[in-house]
Design a protein around this ligand. Structure first.
Ligand code: NDP
Length: 459
């Protein structure tokens, strides 16, 4: 009889966990997955996928208005929130079903309940009380929204609830200056809500290129979002019709709904990691080496629970690299450099490689090219949203080490450019590439003017 019930036990049926489970099962391993919620994880159930549908929803509204300049009659347009919300939820259910199907088709045992560690090889299933043993365990439990513990925080929502609102508020305060706050501010403003986005710093999207950060503020402003910088909520009080939020600068904001988008934390509380001896950092993230191996030899972790680069495609690659290491004995570390990503503000941000400030701080010998222009479609639509692009090169051969963009289709464009940056191409090779005309993207192969060196100080 086998020493363990399973060769591999995966906790969490999100992007990273399901990819690893499927690949390991296809390679002949006996695999189980435990999931306390719906299969699909944050991305499918309450993240990237429903969020992108909301972005499309808001963009269609804009497109209808812009269509007037192209000869269409656009009077009496109406928006039906429950219709969009429910359509998104039924698509989410379909996709979640596909995740279940992937596990079933590949012979992966799916426990629809929470699993916690009893020791390094034993898990307890919380509903049934069953104890299951496994040779190797993969922690892929992801993260969950985190809010500061301030008076009245129980009155607020997070992104988890934002998808399920009974009705849209008239006014909304979104707290945070990161990915989720900036994206949801754009979505709700596009759906007709009067949005205030509050950030404690002085420029949104900390960690991004400084010019991108300024441009995103312009984007939000043009979308009618009120930006309130340099303060944070101190207290939230419920009133008859809504909420009064007292800020730490003394101002008060009256609103119908408060959404906290103040970050996410690894979902490790109560997982019994101590019982297994798995070490975590101050944020609760499982500490792993480059092969995703934790402090305990037979326990690995991938995805947001490790708080490395918290993006779905990264979790998937980490899951696949883990299977190469665990199943095939081929020690594989996923290379986290030059990962392209997008922030789905409206229009979005696309970015790959280093930002200008980061490169200058590191004393790198860089050259910077930028352009800002009114895209062709605006001539007739009347939209004021411009396109901004920046290329950062390094050294005498001008290898491209960063490309940043804010503007229509930035998410799509940066995927292609990501290949060029990952491949280590030079600015001369960008310039040798013939333009596709007339497009927005063609500007990336026609940028000629180097910007003078400047000191970047924003933090
Ligand atoms: P982020 O880390 O991007 O942003 C959190 C924001 O909350 C920051 O502006 C932060 O400020 C602010 N904040 C933190 N603590 C407090 C506090 N106590 N009071 C007030 N403000 C506070 O987290 P998100 O939750 O937006 O996103 C989590 C991760 O999910 C992202 O990092 C990203 O990896 C991923 N994601 C990716 C998306 C995509 O690819 N398009 C979309 C959504 C999420 P400060 O900057 O000063 O720390």
């Amino acid at each position: 009889m086998a020493k363990y019930d399973f060769d591999l036990f995966v906790i969490g049926a999100g992007s990273g966990g399901v990819r690893a489970a499927r690949l390991a099962a296809q390679a002949g391993k006996k695999v189980a997955v435990a999931e306390e919620s719906r299969p699909g994880g944050t991305c499918v159930v309450r993240g990237c996928v429903p969020k992108k549908f909301l972005v499309y929803g808001a963009d269609y509204g804009d497109a209808i208005k812009k269509a007037a300049g192209y000869g269409w009659s656009v009077d009496n347009i109406k928006f039906d929130w429950p219709k969009l919300r429910d359509a998104i939820q039924s698509e989410v259910s379909r996709l979640s079903g596909i995740y279940s199907g992937i596990m079933d088709k590949n012979g992966v045992t799916h426990f629809k309940e929470r699993a916690e560690f009893k020791d390094a090889h034993t898990l307890v299933l919380k509903n049934s009380g069953k104890e299951i043993t496994a040779h190797t365990i993969l922690i892929a439990v992801g993260g969950r929204p985190w809010s500061p513990d301030l008076p009245g925080v129980e009155h607020t929502i997070t992104s988890d609830e934002a998808f399920l609102l009974g009705k849209l508020p008239e006014k909304m305060l979104i707290v945070g200056g990161g990915y989720i706050a900036s994206e949801f501010a754009g979505i709700f403003a596009g759906l007709g809500v009067k949005v205030t986005q509050n950030y404690r710093g002085n420029a949104l999207l900390r960690g991004f290129d400084e010019d991108v950060r300024s441009k995103v503020a312009e984007v939000q402003d043009l979308n009618g979002i009120t930006l309130k910088f340099g303060s944070s909520p101190k207290e939230i009080k419920k009133t008859e019709g809504g909420y009064i939020v007292t800020m730490d600068d003394g101002t008060k904001i009256g609103t119908d709904l408060v959404m906290m988008a103040t970050g996410r934390k690894p979902h490790t509380v109560g997982l019994g990691l101590d019982n297994a001896g798995v070490k975590t950092d101050d944020n609760g993230a499982v500490i792993v080496d480059k092969y995703s191996q934790s402090s305990v030899k037979n326990i690995y972790a991938v995805g947001d629970v490790t708080n490395r680069v918290n993006l779905t495609p990264v979790a998937i690659r980490e899951g696949a690299a883990f299977v190469d290491t665990f199943v095939h004995g081929n020690k594989t570390a996923y290379d986290h450099s030059n990962i392209a990503s997008a922030v789905f503000t409206r229009p979005p941000v696309g970015t790959v490689g280093v930002g200008e400030g980061e490169a200058r701080k590191a004393g790198r010998d860089i050259h910077v090219y930028t352009t800002s222009f009114n895209p062709m479609a605006n001539a007739l639509s009347g939209s004021k949203q411009r396109v901004f692009m920046k290329i950062i090169t390094e050294g005498d051969n001008e290898k491209v080490i960063g490309v940043h963009m804010v503007g229509d289709e930035a998410g799509e464009i940066i995927q292609g450019i990501g290949i060029a940056v990952k491949a280590g191409l030079t600015k001369a090779q960008f310039d040798e590439t013939c333009a596709v005309h007339p497009t927005i993207a063609e500007e990336l192969v026609t940028m000629k003017t180097k910007q003078p060196n400047k000191v970047v100080t924003k933090d």
